[in-house]
Design a protein. Structure first.
Length: 430
């Protein structure tokens, strides 16, 4: 077995795991190849929704059709959650859970004299102590904004979420490792994105009172990174210290993403979220006061079990009055093994989807209002690999008036609104 192809599904953390697996395989002498030519195809999976599971099953069928001689290894969150289900699918050679991801090179190469062929390798994810991460330098085809995973796992037990059971307890990358990685990336890239499953919990288990704000302060002091962006952070982890640091440093992207799920107090309680709407509102209004032009986004869910019309309307009103600039709207999806999946008052799927539509329309209106506010302003952007495109510090796509080299930070004057972003003002004719 000399060649491999790896496909990662889902979140930034899964992408980072895939990068680490790829690095390990290359280090053990395997070479990258196209999916239809590789000896080994690795599917690094997500399981956050039923649709994510379906995508993986379709991918397995596609590999069997395009490359019938390939061995297929399925790993990641779906593999951790339902290994027997995946092992029963035609063409699957190995199923390796997140608990054993660090052993994938040994498994496929048969090192150590262990006959791994055909085995399921899944263990207790809560016993996992290792931190697996590689730098994702081409996330979503964008090779100018590398993603660095610095935290994994989650200690929360939201009633709808399967992630703690497939990712395990919260684990943090060591600060020296993070500094070294960002220092290295800063030599080649203008912007670096920090991510994690529960990013705001970084450092808690390391001792010494370490917190995300302290790490960010250290990165700004000890590396030359021009722009640092945080991915999703739970609302109550957006401390005053962190928000004030983001607002005070010109090297921090003005971008706050805080998962909400719902603005209904009663639904939040059934979700077992650790804050109430008033707490969430306080953090968002604090962020807006400190950073008037920041992007402020949230994950929201429609159709949670038992969600009444009154509760949904409470959620819609709450979202409407807060200064969001975009939303990621999800339709509730039952995850086997979670308390919410066992609820008897499931909301009919057509109702879930209709509520999803309502919130997406609200989000689109808020985003358009935000973009219109930027016309006539000058924004700092990083140029993307996609020719003629850039991304602003406050998370808006900008069509450039003239192409620039990718991977540059520059100031551009905003002249108008496009279908999904902004456009740079045309240069003045002399």
């Amino acid at each position: 077995m000399g060649t491999f192809f790896i496909q990662s599904f889902g979140c930034r953390a899964t992408q980072a795991d895939g990068a680490a697996i790829e690095s390990s395989l290359v280090g053990n002498g395997l070479e990258r190849a196209a999916r239809n030519q590789a000896d080994l195809v690795i599917l690094n999976t997500c399981t956050v929704t039923s649709a994510a599971d379906e995508d993986v099953r379709h991918a397995i069928s596609r590999v069997r059709r395009e490359n019938p001689s390939a061995r297929i290894l399925v790993t990641g969150c779906y593999a951790q959650r339902a290994p027997a289900e995946l092992a029963a699918l035609p063409g699957v050679t190995w199923v390796v859970g997140n608990s054993h991801k660090t052993e994938i090179s040994q498994i496929v190469l048969g090192q150590g004299g262990t006959p791994y062929h055909g085995q399921i390798r899944v263990g207790d994810i809560f016993a996992q102590q290792e931190f697996l991460a590689g730098v994702v330098e081409d996330a979503a085809g964008d090779r100018t904004r590398p993603n660095l995973k610095i935290q994994d796992g989650c200690g929360n037990r939201c009633s709808f979420c399967i992630i703690p059971y497939v990712r395990g307890r919260s684990r943090s990358a060591q600060p020296d490792w993070v500094v070294a990685q960002v220092r290295n990336l800063a030599e080649r890239y203008r912007e670096v994105v920090l991510s994690g499953i529960n990013l705001g919990r970084w450092g808690r288990e390391l001792g010494g009172g370490q917190r995300l704000a302290g790490l960010v302060r250290c990165l700004l002091a000890e590396t030359a990174v021009e722009r640092l962006r945080l991915s999703s952070v739970e609302p109550m982890d957006f401390s005053d210290d962190l928000l004030e640091l983001m607002a005070s440093s010109p090297r921090m992207a003005r971008h706050v993403h805080a998962p909400l799920q719902t603005g209904s107090d009663s639904v939040l309680r059934r979700m077992r979220r650790k804050y109430r709407p008033r707490h969430y509102e306080d953090r968002i209004l604090k962020a807006r006061a400190l950073m008037p032009d920041a992007a402020i986004g949230a994950d929201v869910m429609t159709g949670f079990p038992g969600e009444t019309e009154e509760e949904f309307e409470e959620n819609r009103r709450f979202i409407a009055h807060l200064p969001f600039t975009y939303l990621h709207v999800f339709t509730y999806s039952e995850r086997p093994g979670t308390p919410a999946a066992a609820a008897t008052d499931q909301v009919p799927m057509p109702v879930r989807k209709d509520r999803n539509r309502v919130l997406r329309e609200l989000a689109a209106a808020k985003n358009l209002e935000f973009r219109r506010r930027m016309v006539g302003r000058t924004l700092s952007v990083v140029t993307l690999e996609q020719e003629g495109m850039a991304l602003s510090g406050n998370y808006l796509k900008v069509e450039l008036a003239a192409a620039r080299d990718p991977n540059r930070i520059l100031d551009v004057a905003i002249g108008g609104v496009t279908a999904g972003g902004l456009s740079e003002s045309a240069p003045a004719v002399v």
